[in-house]
Ligand binder design. Structure first.
Ligand code: GLN
Length: 479
């Protein structure tokens, strides 16, 4: 077991000689080895991590260390790390190595984090169970017969099973929050544009965001403070200055008003999950004002999300053509067949399904009926949130309709799988931040998360509220 609750404690332990960073990294490497069956990692960088541990231990002892000194972190295998594999858990990128660092990787390294490996995920981050990976599924550490959620399933499982201190995931429609909820850890999806996407393999560019899995709210705040900010290499990154999330974590607004949207608690929500979240809301009544709100266009979120993201994906994934990089078929007699065979062999079933759907909704006869209409509904959903945030400071909802489901339970029914994203996709459509906090467990001991949503660029409020709940023992990482 770990003897520290967050990375600031860890730095203190290293400074006072009570913890050796090299031993700490060895502890994680051992755990990774012992938990190979979870399949959480695509690649482990044991030698690099040990070398770094030694170097950073020295820096901590001489007081010249960065903000994340010694934090052992795993990176979802959709982000570029120079000279390391970048596969997106796809056969098409099986032998591809990155030639540069993503901006967030540079930021993590500059603040002395230690990168221990790259985590498994659904192919090109498309999925809700991590079963769509060329490297095989990831198992949920709490119950190995169940999925960890997806698409950042490896990142969630790695933190839940104590294979690292924290991990980086991406969230296009719920891929951080849903696995965090299924595995009982903290998962933050920031405002769209808060974190640079430079070096992130694009799935749906107007939705993709990079965020964290952690054991504590403090670590989430600290990492986000480091990785957020404007980047000249990503024109969609937000120019606004990053506040000190860590310093402000205790400054929760007085007279906070919390909104509870009726639409999120209707049919389809598992009773056990619903009751735990309603019990929390009840508990909060003594400290805050609770207000019922309406998000009337929420019913259209899944359809809108799957039209727009598949459209963007069909365009983004056209670059995998067997010419520039990645897998090239050996079977072809002309250029057209080379493209066709390389893509047919390289992409998995779900990715192909989405490319076809996306190509269809963008085609001349259907563009207006699907793509353009979905863009309009996206605006309506954003308006719903804008209206809600005129009345409330935060919104509380479930993260997922159920706790972690069984492996193979939904893998042959894409629509059933997509319904898992019912409470998460609207947040990406609106581009606002949300966090999944580990609330409790169901009767079978499976984790239940609660989703807290804030207005654009109000991540600090999520950290402050999370800190309040954590200090009151109302939420706690599930072990
Ligand atoms: N489960 C959603 C999907 O399959 C979300 C994926 C994600 O956020 N990357 O698209």
């Amino acid at each position: 077991m770990l003897t520290y609750k967050n990375n600031s404690f860890k730095i203190e332990l290293v400074k006072s000689g009570q913890l050796s960073l090299t031993e700490n990294v060895r502890f994680f490497l051992n755990k990774i080895e012992k938990n190979k069956h979870l399949n959480a990692f695509n690649f482990v960088f044991a030698d690099d991590a040990l070398l770094k541990a030694e170097e950073i231990e020295g820096k901590i002892k001489s007081g010249k260390h960065g903000k994340l000194a010694g934090l052992v972190i795993a990176i979802k295998d959709v982000l570029a790390i120079k000279d390391k594999p970048l596969t997106c858990s796809s056969k098409i990128l099986q032998n591809f190595n990155s030639v540069y660092n993503a901006t967030i990787i540079n930021k993590l390294i500059d603040e002395d984090a230690i990168i221990i490996g790259k985590t498994n995920c659904d192919e090109f981050a498309m999925g809700s169970s991590n079963e769509n990976s060329f490297y095989g599924p990831v198992l949920n550490p709490i119950d190995n017969t169940r999925v960890p959620g997806g698409s950042s399933g490896g990142s969630a499982a790695a933190v839940a099973a104590y294979l690292c201190d924290a991990s980086i995931g991406t969230d296009t429609g719920g891929s951080i929050r849903q696995p965090a909820s299924f595995c009982g850890v903290y998962g933050l999806k920031p405002t769209y544009g808060r974190v640079s996407r430079y070096g992130l393999t694009a799935f749906a560019s107007s939705f993709d965001s990079i965020g964290t899995f952690t054991n504590s709210i403090e670590d989430a705040a600290e990492i986000m403070e480091v990785i957020s900010g404007y980047d000249k290499y990503d024109s969609t990154s937000v120019v606004e200055k990053v506040p000190s999330y860590k310093v402000n974590i205790l400054n929760l607004k007085k007279n906070l008003v919390i909104g509870v949207p009726t639409q999120y608690f209707s049919t389809g929500l598992n009773e056990g999950v619903k009751n735990k979240i309603l019990a929390l809301i009840d508990n909060l009544k003594k400290d805050f004002t609770i207000k019922e709100i309406s998000l009337p266009n929420m019913d259209y979120a899944i359809a809108t999300y799957y039209i727009l993201t598949t459209a963007e994906a069909s365009s983004n994934l056209s670059r995998y053509d067997g010419v520039r990089y990645g897998h090239r078929s050996r079977e072809y007699t002309n250029l057209d067949k080379m493209y066709k065979n390389s893509r047919s062999e390289g992409f998995g079933k779900e990715v192909k399904r989405r490319i076809m759907l996306g190509t269809y909704v963008l085609s001349a006869g259907y563009y207006d009926a699907y793509y353009k209409k979905a863009q309009k509904v996206r605006r309506l959903i954003k308006n719903d949130f804008d209206n809600a945030f005129n009345e409330v400071d935060l919104i509380i909802t479930p993260v997922t309709p159920t706790t972690a489901f069984k492996l193979n339970e939904k893998s042959n029914d894409p629509l059933e799988m997509y319904l898992n994203d019912i409470y998460t996709t609207s947040i990406n459509l609106a581009g606002i931040p949300a966090i999944s906090l580990p609330l409790s467990t169901d009767l079978q001991g499976l984790p239940i998360g609660v989703q807290v949503i804030a207005d654009s660029l109000k991540e600090d409020r999520l950290f402050q509220f999370g800190k309040f709940l954590q200090d009151k023992n109302l939420i706690k990482r599930i072990s």
